[in-house]
Design a binder for this molecule. Structure first.
Ligand SMILES: C[S@@+](CC[C@H](N)C(=O)[O-])C[C@H]1O[C@@H](n2cnc3c(N)ncnc32)[C@H](O)[C@@H]1O
Length: 276
């Protein structure tokens, strides 16, 4: 056990010489630890699972259709975009038209709790950054398994809490973002997959060293920290322009991104298979 004096000495023994040479001898500390953009990492999954021409894919929680269009282009199959919000579906359909893939996509309103699709009707379920909104995780996974044909696959990419995330932080931020904190547990996810008859073929996170899904650190993430710092210093000024509620949502969104940056939250990527 070290004494306080010993720890103070150790701290300054390191700090003073480090600061002297921070910009020269230690520049390697600022180098990228590697990784690729998340989109590239995920894009390779469907073809790896045999999805291609003639396949039918569902993008659950398709939002404004970014992935629907990209999947239709890349895989040359038919992609169904599903989202509970009408305004998202309109924007997604408009995007598909603009990008010339309207013949290979369709849209249906619905949620993961009850997908507007026939049983065993799709080859691949694509679920990107959506599952944390699910109220009933187990039911959601069962519903995905229901629409998959036997032997079909699913990609889920959703957030997980790490041991660094404190319960009060989780509560504060998930509330504002409409996320179900129960979905942030890896154990809970694994149990839900098993209960739905979905075998985990691959799992990795986007932040763990050595993970096949290691994501590139984006300098834009620092913007969230800076903006939050500005809100803390000039809240009234910002509130008068944006409104108190919107500012609270923005702060939760920025804080969530800082949690990601700090490794309090990470993205888990699951490749799942429905038993044949
Ligand atoms: C963070 S956005 C992700 C959009 C899209 N997947 C992407 O990566 O660009 C989450 C989406 O999930 C949708 N969503 C929320 N609750 C849902 C539910 N119960 N079932 C399906 N989608 C849901 C939202 O409307 C929103 O479009």
């Amino acid at each position: 056990m070290s004494t306080l004096q010993e720890r103070i000495a150790a701290f300054y023994d390191f700090l003073w010489p480090f600061l002297e040479e921070e910009g020269t001898r230690y520049v390697y500390l600022d180098a990228s630890p590697g990784g690729r953009p998340m989109s590239e990492l995920l894009d390779a999954i469907p073809s790896r699972r045999g999805v291609g021409k003639g396949s039918r894919v569902v993008d659950v929680g398709c939002g404004k259709g970014r992935q629907v269009v990209a999947l239709a282009r890349r895989l040359e199959g038919h992609v169904v975009g599903v989202d509970p919000l009408e305004q998202n579906l309109s924007l997604a359909a408009e995007r598909a038209r603009r990008e010339g893939v309207e013949g290979r996509v369709s849209f249906a309103r619905g949620g993961i709790e009850r997908l507007p699709l026939e049983t065993s009707s799709v080859d691949f379920v694509w679920c990107l950054d959506m599952l944390n909104h699910a109220e009933d995780l187990e039911g959601a996974m069962k519903e995905c398994a229901r629409v998959l044909r036997p032997g079909g696959s699913m990609m889920n990419c959703s957030a997980l809490a790490t041991e660094l995330l404190e319960p009060r932080e989780a509560e504060r931020v998930t509330w504002r973002l409409g996320l179900n904190p129960a979905t942030l547990s890896r154990e809970r996810m694994s149990a839900a997959c098993a209960a739905a008859g979905l075998r985990i073929v691959e799992f990795g996170t986007t932040t763990d060293e050595g993970s096949p899904y290691l994501e590139e650190l984006d300098e834009g993430m620092a913007r969230h920290a800076l903006r939050l710092a500005k809100v803390r210093r000039a809240r009234k000024q910002m509130e008068s322009r944006l409104g108190a509620d919107a500012l609270d949502v923005l702060c939760a969104y920025d804080e969530w991104n800082i949690f990601l940056l700090l490794g309090k939250v990470t993205y888990g990527v699951w490749v799942l298979e429905r038993a044949g």
